[in-house]
Design a protein around this ligand. Sequence first.
Ligand SMILES: *Cc1c(COP(=O)(O)O)cnc(C)c1O
Length: 391
Amino acid sequence: MLKESFLSYLECGLCGKRYDPDRLWNLCLECGKPLLARYDLEAAKKVVRPQDLVNREPTLWRYRELLPVRNDAHKLSLGEGFTPLLRASRLEKEVGHAPIFIKDEGLNPTGSFKARGLCLAVSRALELDVKSLSIPSAGNAACALSAYAALAGLEAHVYLPSDVPKPFVNECRVLGARVHLVDGLITDCGQAARADLEKYGRFDVSTLKEPYRIEGKKTMGYEIAEQMDWKLPDVIIYPTGGGTGLVGMWKAFDEMEKLGWIGSRRPRLVTVQSDGCAPMVKAFHEGREFAEPWPEARTIADGLRVPAAVGDFLILRVLRESQGTAVAVPDREIVEATYLLGKTTGVWTAPEGGATLAALLHLKKSGWVRAGESVILFNTGSGAKYSHVWD
Ligand SMILES: *Cc1c(COP(=O)(O)O)cnc(C)c1O
């Protein structure tokens, strides 16, 4: 029988303590930091090569050997992943830089790349016999959890700020989730969700507080490599909240090098945040290992309204190892850039996606991005649920 997953153990991202991968875990019991999935890449290397992927299904499950789900029956799919990498030729002319690519994650189920992470988290929860799931969310993660829980037949409890735009709440309800509205920010939602976890025996799938959402998001790194014929770009600009996508892609690059699929050259990774909530940008430029919570976080880009991230040290480590940087942009520039992207590319991005173009304009002006360097802008979600921003 073909081995379906080469998952071998879980490891704390800070202290390195190892855990049995076939039991349920949240954070490291020693230091409270995120656990990361490790694979037997030596063995995987012998059975899967890049050319074997060509005829596989156009979803993230095409990388199944490097994903944690062991049994086919538990691999949930709504068609997530393998999103297009678009060449933005008219945008290139408009801003005077080429080549620019857009990775359009807005085409995922429920309209954002959160589908990748929750697809894996719910699949694995199903495999490990969880019955009820819980998540605090600014919106998109709640929608994605609702969808995969519906597909799996599991109970989903989503905790959203009471001022979350209506389309997010409607979507969760239609998809069968129990919606809990909480006065305050996502951090307050986290607190409310935590209080109910033990009481009702639910499993917490908050960002980086369980080991598998990042495994779903790392597939963006595999896809970029595959779509660019196993040559990575010079620069990737990524709108960062909890940072799972950024940390996940970096993890994918390391795995692919160990598999012999790519060489040692890496893109420079850039975090972009709104100047109304920029804890990672501040910590990066101050040279810190951990970030301080951002007071009174405010931005129209809801996915970036994350005042404190559990994986802060992982994000900062990746930015430094990749010789990347971090940029804060005002909301006004985010909206302007979203309109510019829209009219030159045909992609209606979430404001988070627009933020990446705003950052590119700054980095080009300062000379950090040099002429001719290939740049990927990550559009992490569709603009369709953000009517309040475009009204
Ligand atoms: C959640 C979210 C982000 C932030 O993603 P992280 O990987 O947690 O940093 C960015 N954009 C959108 C649209 C989101 O929903």
